[in-house]
Write a protein that binds this ligand. Sequence first.
Ligand code: ACO
Length: 402
Amino acid sequence: GIDVGKLLSSTGHVTLDQGFMNTAACTSAITYIDGDAGILRYRGYPIEQLAEGASFLEVSYLLIYGQLPTATQVEEFGNRIRLHTLLHEEMRRFFDGFPRDAHPMAVLSSAVSALSTFYQDSLDPFDPEQVEMSTVRLIAKVPTIASYAHKKSIGQPLMYPDNRLGYVENFLRMTFGVPTADYELDPVFVKALDLLLTLHADHEQNCSTSTVRMVGSSQANLFASVSAGVNALFGPLHGGANQAVLEMLQQIHDSGDDVDAFVRRVKNKEAGIRLMGFGHRVYKNYDPRAMIIKKTAQEVLGRTQNADPLLDIAIKLEEVALADDFFVSRKLYPNVDFYTGLIYKAMGFPPQLFTVLFALGRLPGWIAQWREMMADPTTKIGRPRQIYVGEPERKFVPMASR
Ligand code: ACO
C-alpha cells in the first residue's frame, strides 16, 4: 500500500525507488547509454566502432585507464597479464573440493573470493601499485579459473595456460584442449569470442556493477568486490537470460517449429510466457549490441557443419515480432542475449558456461568502475534508506505470558 515517491520517514524526506528506476548512485565517466536512441559508448567511443576495430584487451585498457592504448601500451598490458595467468598451485587444489556437478558460476565466485587469501600483497584499495597488481591478476587469472571450473565439471584434467597464445586463444585452449593432443584454434571462433567479450565489457550501473561498487564502497578489496559482482551476475534475471533464449528456441523447435503459434502464446501472456531475449530496462530501441551480434551469429553458425535450425527460428521470431504491434507498441526489440547463446552453443560451450563467459567479458567494466569509485574523494559508503512498515513500539511480553 505504499506509493513510490516522496515519503516522510522519522528523519525527514526519503525517496522510495525500488529497483533504482530513477535514482543515480554515482557519477561516472566510463559508459554512456541512450536507451531511446539505442546508443552505447565506452569512454565516448561508439560500441560499433570498438567492435569493428579494437580487441577485447584494447577495450579493457580503454575502460580501465580511460584512453585507447597505443600498440606499445597494449603489448605491455598483454605481457603483464601473461605473467600472471597461472594460479598458485595450492589454489589449483582448491578446485578438488567442489562437487563435480557444481555450477561453474558458484565455483568462479568462490575462487575469485579466494584470490584475497592467496594474493595478500595486492589488497590495499588505496595503494596504486597494489590496485594495479590486483587488476592485472584478475584479468589474467579469471580465464584460468573459468576453464578450470569447466574442466572440473566434465572430469577432464585441468589445462595450464600457454603464454605463447593471445588472451582469447589461451582461454579457448584451456577450455577445449586436452593434454594429449594439439588444440587447433578456429580463427572465426577466436574473433567471435573476442567480439562477444568486448560487447559485454561494461554497461554502466547494472545489477552486478552496482554490487561491485556497493561492496567496494566499504573499502573492501578488488577481489572481494568482484566476487560479489560475479554472484550478482549468477541470477537468472541478469546473467542467465542467454541460456533461457536457447531453451525457448529449443522448445519451439521440439514442438514443430511453429513460430507464429509461439508468438500468439506470448501475446496472450499465457502462463507468463515472454519472448526471451527481447526487451530491456534501458533500451527502448534495438540494443546496439544485438545488431552487431546478429552478423557474427550468421558467420559462426555458417561455420559449423550442420546449420543450426535454432538460428532460423531466431531469425523468423525476430521478423515476426518486429512486424507485430504488440512488440512495437511496447518498444520490445532484441537485446544482447537474443543471439549470444546460439553463438556459444555453436562454439561448443555448454549452457552452464554461458554466464561465466558473460562474467569474463564484464570483468574490465567491474574493475574500471571500482577503480573510478576508489579514486573519487567524494565517495561515500553505500547505505540506502528504508521506509519502515513494521509494528509500532510494543511492550515486551515475558515467555510465561505469551
Ligand atoms: N516478451 C513479451 N512481453 C514483454 C517482454 C518480452 N520479452 N518484455 C516486456 N514485455 C511486456 C510486458 O508484459 C509489459 O506488457 P504490459 O504493459 O502489457 O504489462 C511491457 O512489455 C513492459 O514490460 P516490463 O516487464 O515492465 O519491462 P521491464 O523494463 O521491467 O523489463 C526485461 C525488462 C526484464 C528485460 C523484460 O523485457 C524481459 O523480461 N525480457 C525477457 C528476458 C530477457 O531477455 N532479459 C535479458 C535482458 S538484457 C541483459 O540482462 C543483459
